[in-house]
Design a protein around this ligand. Structure first.
Ligand code: ZN
Length: 134
């Protein structure tokens, strides 16, 4: 598979409004916009840095995956996303190699991306997202 670059780093926060203050006001990164991904029970906010982004993640429901992450580990880096050229090919390759996946098939991510998560047991505990953007 062809990994192009680190697409974004996902950071779990209790509040995007609060969380973005440091990155936008102190570091001067541009805060782009928020987007709600209903299926994931999450609101996302992106701050681009060259060809990567920070993705702030705020749970929209008390039982959402981001809320559970914060409950267990506190706020902080939740996942790293690699941009791939072809997500279907990448998933097929990983399945062939016997790698455990959270998503067997691509699902819809923020900004119209197609995404899939690899099981953290395979990645030294880091939740890795693969994403493909048109
Ligand atoms: Zn992500």
């Amino acid at each position: 598979m062809k990994i192009k670059h680190i697409d974004h780093i996902g950071i779990a926060v209790k509040s995007i409004e609060e969380g973005k203050k440091f990155f936008a006001d102190i570091l001067g990164l541009k805060f782009e916009k928020t987007e709600v991904i209903e299926e994931q029970k999450v609101k996302t906010g992106f701050l681009p840095i060259t060809d990567s982004e920070l993705e702030l993640l705020e749970s929209t429901e008390p039982d959402g995956p981001v809320a559970k992450f914060i409950e267990a580990r506190g706020q902080g880096v939740q996942h790293i996303a690699f941009r791939v050229e072809n997500l279907d090919e990448a998933l097929a390759e990983l399945k062939e190699k016997g790698v455990r996946l959270i998503d067997q098939e691509p699902r819809k991510g923020a900004g119209g991306a197609r995404i899939a998560f690899i099981h953290p047991k395979e990645t030294s505990g880091v939740l890795v997202e693969l994403c493909e953007k048109g």
